[in-house]
Design a protein around this ligand. Structure first.
Ligand SMILES: [Zn+2]
Ligand SMILES: [Zn+2]
Length: 441
């Protein structure tokens, strides 16, 4: 039998006091509590495993604070009899039934001869302390876990909806693409970034394309993904998977392309502006939102029209030149309101005129940050893309933005995160993390 330490259970009398120590004094992160109804206990897990502390459900050793939810719970009785303290240790086994059979055959005294439901969707069984030299030992067979190399949240192609004051925000999806992991994290060593994003055999990491719809007095879409004009070779180089794309997710949101009044560009890179145009039956490229005005920052337009050796591969003229030809292009010179509640703000950095959208309604604020913070793995200041033309400007913009985002508790949209469409940023001891926002159902 192979058994590895899973967690150490601590019986708690006063949860507030326990949190004051474990969370506040030690600075540990507490996961959302989990109720184990059968045992009338609430479990608060605290990841303390080395280098494995980046997400709920990730393997790694944890502490478990156990709080009784009823006076007749075993934990309540334990605390009453012996005071709060170390309660049990939990060893994870692959096959709990086999483990119990083996122990039984050797005369081990078991509390549970048959496994029962435990926290974290696992099966558990206790061994009596008299057989374990005074320690209550819990065996646990975990719920099916992702393979060890892939400890991130699962990729998602789902749409999500949020209400912000009078506005409705709908995060759409135009497929996945794969970009070089090194290029996505700039000066950060692979030994660090590979913990957050597992590279494929070509060293590429998976990214999503998530345009955002804002519905208010008018209906706006911010960026539009890659679109459908690129050929197979392009799809192979960038690992594009558009088997689920903007057409599907617009329909799921109850929208058609005719509903869009305004298309707003954060910048004109192909993974943001490709979907601005489409090829018609005759092979001609035309705007893909037939009724919309397309809003582009003038400096970005100029740069995209006059590329150089460094930025050329990122711009595909077919995604934006036809907008000018069709007379639907509206160039804006500076930060301003594009529709009630939606302002653009230049961030620079990624490109000289890269802009984000700040959305405000009913006293709440959201931000669509595009390539300023492409994924939730880019929350730390120096985690800046190698693609960025002016990384020091990105750094300055990130610092300013995060300060404001935390102060205003902004709902932040991550256009390229493979799993998390939006969330709120928390900062503790200088370390930022994301609390994913729950989609309105
Ligand atoms: Zn870009
Ligand atoms: Zn991008």
């Amino acid at each position: 039998m192979r058994a590895v330490l899973d967690h150490v259970g601590i019986a708690v009398k006063d949860l507030g006091a326990a949190l004051a120590f474990y969370r506040d004094a030690l600075g540990l992160e507490i996961e959302a509590p989990e109720e184990v109804a059968a045992q009338r206990v609430r479990a608060h897990f605290i990841p303390v495993g080395e280098t494995k502390d980046w997400g709920a459900g990730a393997p790694g050793v944890k502490l478990e604070l156990l709080e009784a939810t009823a006076p007749d719970s075993a934990i309540a009785k334990y605390v009453e009899r012996r005071g709060p303290g170390l309660h049990h240790i939990t060893l994870r086994v692959d096959d709990i039934e086999a483990a119990l059979a083996q122990l039984k055959a050797r005369g081990t005294k078991l509390v549970d001869e048959v496994p029962r439901a435990g926290a974290e969707h696992g099966l558990v069984a206790f061994i009596h302390p008299s057989s374990a030299h005074g320690v209550l030992v819990e065996l646990k067979q975990g719920a099916d876990r992702p393979p060890a190399a892939d400890q991130q949240r699962p990729a998602s192609s789902a749409i999500s909806r949020y209400t912000l004051g009078d506005l409705e925000l709908i995060s759409l999806f135009d497929g996945f693409l794969r970009l070089d992991g090194g290029a996505m994290f700039g000066v950060v060593p692979k030994a660090l970034w590979a913990r957050h994003a597992t590279p494929d055999e070509k060293n590429r990491i998976q990214l999503a394309m998530r345009p955002l719809v804002v519905r208010g007095a008018r209906t706006m879409i911010i960026d539009a993904g890659l679109g459908g004009k690129e050929d197979r070779k392009f799809h192979e180089i960038y690992g594009v998977d558009r088997s689920r794309n903007l057409d599907h997710t617009l329909a799921e949101a109850g929208l058609t392309r005719d509903d869009i009044d305004i298309v707003l560009a954060t910048h004109l890179h192909f993974d943001h502006a490709g979907g601005f145009t489409e090829r018609d039956a005759s092979g001609r490229v035309r705007p893909s939102f037939p009724r919309a005005q397309y809003v582009v920052r003038r400096g970005e337009w100029e740069d995209a029209r006059h590329t150089n050796e460094r930025n050329r591969a990122s711009y595909l003229a077919d995604s934006f030149v036809p907008l000018a030809e069709a007379g639907v292009l509206q160039l804006v010179d500076d930060d301003q309101t594009i529709m009630p509640g939606v302002k653009v703000r230049r961030t620079g950095g990624h490109t000289m005129h890269h802009q984000m959208a700040i959305i405000e309604s009913g006293g709440r604020t959201a931000a669509f940050v595009a390539d300023l913070v492409p994924t939730t793995a880019h929350l730390a200041d120096p985690w800046i893309m190698g693609f960025d033309l002016y990384p020091m400007d990105t750094l300055a913009s990130k610092k300013t933005f995060f300060k404001e985002a935390i102060e205003k508790d902004m709902l932040v949209f991550f256009e390229h995160d493979p799993a998390v469409a939006a969330g709120h940023i928390r900062e503790e001891q200088g370390k930022r993390r994301i609390v994913p926002a729950q989609s309105r159902s």
